[in-house]
Design a binder for this molecule. Structure first.
Ligand code: AMP
Length: 274
């Protein structure tokens, strides 16, 4: 696996590949099997696979966990080598953001609801860094997890709005055995909180089951989720249209339940398709 720390390196590699289809998997590292399912999908659909690792300060709020976000580059490298990744792009802060950097990519509307309402500016940071990665790597396809469902929808909209010539491939959520969605942040949890966190997925499943039994009232379905959670606080539980993310009052097939909760100071997001 080639490791590139600067833009010339990655561009030289891409140029050397001529017409081969490049697949990009953007990550913030501390990789787990959720990330690896993106890598595996990228391997399946691409001639060369590039994974980026960059903990992007622009998508963290002032009171968020940028400084303590978990990092283990050596472990990540070994995992990527074992999965046959061709290139790891791991730029420093200075490589991504020059001292005079002053641009921002904003996808209006959809970035301000749900996660965006609780994390102002988060998606502007995501869209800015992903645009840069797209321009640096110029992949044919890029792979994003449904774990971050709103992010996936915003990136798809960004690609459409701004005419990036890139196909966005969504990858389903990879879960632990008890259903908790895999996340780099799960390491923050002690055993008790870790156990409580499994109520997130089980409560989503309960609502989905009721929907499959014919219940379509959003208020009732959301209450089912709420009543089965073992969490400290709920930021939101919403049932939304799968593409526009507009809130529904009556649920239909393929709508998504999106949820954000907190347990012992750790924030979790998850979602499920109805
Ligand atoms: P992150 O490193 O958290 O920024 O995530 C990088 C990419 O991996 C994003 O597209 C995420 O949606 C995706 N991802 C993270 N966790 C999972 C998971 N459990 N299942 C599927 N995709 C995931």
């Amino acid at each position: 696996m080639i490791v590139c720390e600067d833009i010339d390196c990655i561009r030289a590699f891409i140029k050397s590949q001529k017409d081969k289809a490049a697949g990009l998997v953007p990550t913030m590292g501390y990789l787990h099997e959720g990330h690896m399912s993106l890598v595996d999908k990228a391997k399946e659909l691409s001639d060369v696979v590039i994974v980026s690792i960059f903990v992007n300060p622009k998508q963290f709020g002032p009171n968020e966990d940028f400084n303590r976000y978990p990092r283990d580059l050596e472990k990540d490298k070994n995992l990527l080598i074992s999965r046959g990744v061709d290139v790891l792009f791991v730029p420093s802060l200075g490589v991504m953001y020059d001292k005079d950097f002053s641009s921002k990519v904003i996808i209006e509307g959809i970035s301000n609801i749900l996660e965006g309402a609780f994390r102002p500016g988060h998606f502007d940071g995501v869209c800015t860094v992903v645009s840069k990665l797209f321009n640096i790597v110029k992949p044919q396809r890029a792979f994003f997890g449904e774990k971050d469902y709103q992010q996936l929808k915003i990136i798809q909209k960004m690609v459409k709005d701004l005419n990036f010539d890139i196909e966005i491939i969504p990858v389903p959520i990879k879960r632990e055995q008890d259903g908790l969605a895999m996340s780099s942040r799960n390491v923050y949890l002690d055993d008790i909180s870790r156990h409580r966190a499994s109520s997130i997925y089980s409560s989503l499943l309960k609502a989905k089951k009721q929907f499959e039994n014919g219940l379509t009232c959003v208020k009732t379905l959301t209450n089912i989720v709420k009543n089965n959670l073992d969490v400290d606080s709920i930021d939101y539980i919403k049932i939304v249209d799968k593409d526009t993310l507009e809130e529904k009052t009556t649920a239909s097939k393929y709508d998504r339940i999106l949820i954000a909760v907190r347990i012992s100071g750790v924030r979790f997001i998850d979602n499920i398709e109805l």
